[in-house]
Design a protein around this ligand. Sequence first.
Ligand code: AMP
Ligand code: GLY
Length: 423
Amino acid sequence: MKVLVVGSGGREHALCWAIAKSPHCGELYCAPGNAGIDRVAVSVPIAAADINGIVSFADDNDIDFVVVGPEGPLVLGLVDRLEAAGVKAFGPTAKASRLEGSKGYTKDLCAKYQIPTAEYARFDEPDAAKDYIRVKGAPIVVKADGLAAGKGVILCRNENEAYAAIDHIMIEDAFKGAGAEVVIEEMLAGEEASFFALVDGSRALPLVAAQDHKAAFDGDQGPNTGGMGAYTPAPIVTDAMAKRVMDEIIKPTIRGTAEQGFPYKGVLYAGLMITDDGPKLIEYNARFGDPECQPMMMRLDSDLLPALVAAADGKLDGVTLKWRKEAALTVVMAANGYPGHYEKGSEIKGLDKASALEDVVVFHAGTKDDGGRIVANGGRVLNVTALGATIKAARKRAYEAVDLIDWPEGFCRRDIGWRAISR
Ligand code: AMP
Ligand code: GLY
């Protein structure tokens, strides 16, 4: 099979790494890829958002199967366009990916199908939104409806912060159109976890749960990022909890989207709050998590590619995936200054030494090959991932590898996994 993966992050490196091991994979391409992906796939210089470019490439090169990593091209309809061109693709259509692309749509679906989530209301008019805040009081959560690169959620401790959030999102249009509408919701208390399932339009195959670390600095301090590290399993998601998540959240969502005429195919990523009343949905993503995908791929003990194809074909029944009993943990190394301003182009040394450690894989994100030197080319740059008998052992191994990487222009958190380890 000729396979094309779309994207350039650590998630896509992990997907390429897993797919390249498959006996079903003949040729593997990645658009646009990065310096790490170059080692397992042929990188092609087409941006993930260049829908026309990707469809033409797939068509011209007789690609059999396309795996879409990030949400941007999904929401832009890449899967619809590929299917129209006769190319099989893994990922939801534009309409189905509204589960990630519109928070209001997802909340209404939850209401209709009694999926547990925070109490909410939707507004397209700032004064009405502020009236609602006045009635509900604080703490309260204000969210831009559309995609806002992970920054469209504002947790408000008091009413003034909430009014300012409305102004920021709706009047100042901070997220360029994504905030024409807002969702305002109750602040949930509990522990967060990321839960993943493969979905084929009508059936779901649970994968595993993971936990990530959104804040930039140790102790969950500093601004929110795309994710500074992750591990799997997530101890809070016991087998009994996973069953509840499937029965109360994932399955009704699949039924609901199918009934509404937008059957969901691809990977469904539920961002959960595990509360005293059980699991509640915070949000859906229409893709694998980044960095959660990296430790998940290290734990996967089955061939990923046929499972992705089965999901795209609507034939997940009978598919099973095995997972290693060990834990896996990823430490993200980011450029100094991230998630704010950072420089590109600094050289990274020691990658071979780090990768030579047993049970360690360094997945690349923002890297570039500059005439044989690996240089930083983004905010999140490396994902140092290790397996271990426990999360603690995986963490020790991952930081051993981090310490072999010589990159003064980068930083990482030193406490990835703290929540699981302190349990
Ligand atoms: P999102 O961008 O939707 O992933 O939200 C970012 C983060 O905001 C989530 O990971 C949670 O930590 C937090 N969050 C979102 N909604 C709520 C809520 N209703 N209650 C508490 N925390 C929330
Ligand atoms: N790790 C969070 C995300 O992928 O959205």
